[in-house]
Design a protein around this ligand. Structure first.
Ligand SMILES: [Zn+2]
Length: 281
């Protein structure tokens, strides 16, 4: 009788623990893209974010650390549960919805771009401005590593390259995995309203990726539920080129982060063009 009672108590405790665990992690949804690549979605976040975990035999790279809007769930614990190798965090860019939870990661890398590296203070920290993070919150990132640019480097049986792809923001980066035929584009391309900071740079960045890749590539964006096709990169590029050439009137005014902004739609591509890059104003 006593034994049955104890078993029942343990069973109930097990159920409670399992329920708590589920609740703790339900903010993040994991999608296994292959045995060494994961998409970590935040379907409830205001911007419907995705971060990507790219795993090698020796180390892994987390491309963005989430929106930071999660009240439940722990992206660091989640990432650690998925891999058995050290994880380095790299940001696709510094907007607030990509740098949340950053301080949970002891190893943060900065791409080896001289203009960025010179911004590190004596403690190897980079202080982000409101315009860079699009948030009045103060963000200070402690940088431990630098990642090479424009050349392949090895995570252990998995080589990737990082490219500087400005246009959405001055400090935007894309990861190319040639062997896996993956492209992780951050906010340079996704299905939805694009934010364009620099027209010329945006087109150049897309052009660079179009030449680096081909139609066999999977394009993984940081927002939305729908993946892009390789041909979408050129569609966006051509829409921006047409905009630059014709300077059409805006389709309508919309609200973005509490401010009125002019939205353009060209060949089905919606975007906001803000040369200041400060979409908060
Ligand atoms: Zn962004």
């Amino acid at each position: 009788m006593l034994m049955r009672g104890l078993c029942l108590i343990f069973f109930l405790l097990f159920l409670i623990c399992t329920a708590c665990q589920k609740k703790d992690n339900n903010w993040f949804t994991i999608e296994k893209l292959d045995h060494k690549t994961y998409r970590i979605r935040e379907k409830q976040s205001s911007q419907n974010n995705s971060s990507y975990l790219i795993v090698g035999d020796k180390e892994a790279l987390l491309f963005d650390s989430g929106s930071g809007e999660n009240k439940t769930g722990d992206i660091k614990a989640l990432v650690d549960s998925l891999v058995g190798v050290p994880v380095t965090l790299l940001h696709s860019h510094f907007h607030f919805d990509h740098i949340g939870n950053s301080n949970a990661f002891p190893e943060i890398a900065l791409p080896d771009l001289p203009a960025l590296q010179t911004r590190l203070d004596q403690d190897s920290c980079i202080h982000l401005s409101e315009k860079e993070s699009l948030s009045p919150e103060t963000y200070i990132l402690k940088i431990k590593k630098r990642c090479p640019l424009n050349t392949e480097f090895d995570l252990g049986n998995r080589k990737i390259s990082i490219y500087h792809t400005p246009g959405h923001s001055p400090w935007s980066f894309t990861i190319v995995d040639k062997r896996g035929s993956y492209l992780f584009v951050g906010d340079l391309a996704y299905k939805g309203l694009l934010l364009v900071n620099n027209l010329e740079e945006y087109q150049n960045s897309l052009n660079q990726l179009i030449h680096l890749c081909d139609s066999s590539y999977q394009i993984y964006a940081a927002h939305g539920n729908e993946d892009l096709l390789y041909s979408d990169l050129d569609k966006i590029r051509l829409a921006l080129k047409a905009f630059q050439n014709t300077k059409p009137s805006p389709r309508k005014e919309i609200e973005l982060f509490g401010n009125r902004k002019e939205m353009y739609v060209i060949d089905g591509i919606p975007f906001i063009y803000d040369v200041t890059g400060n979409y908060l104003k």
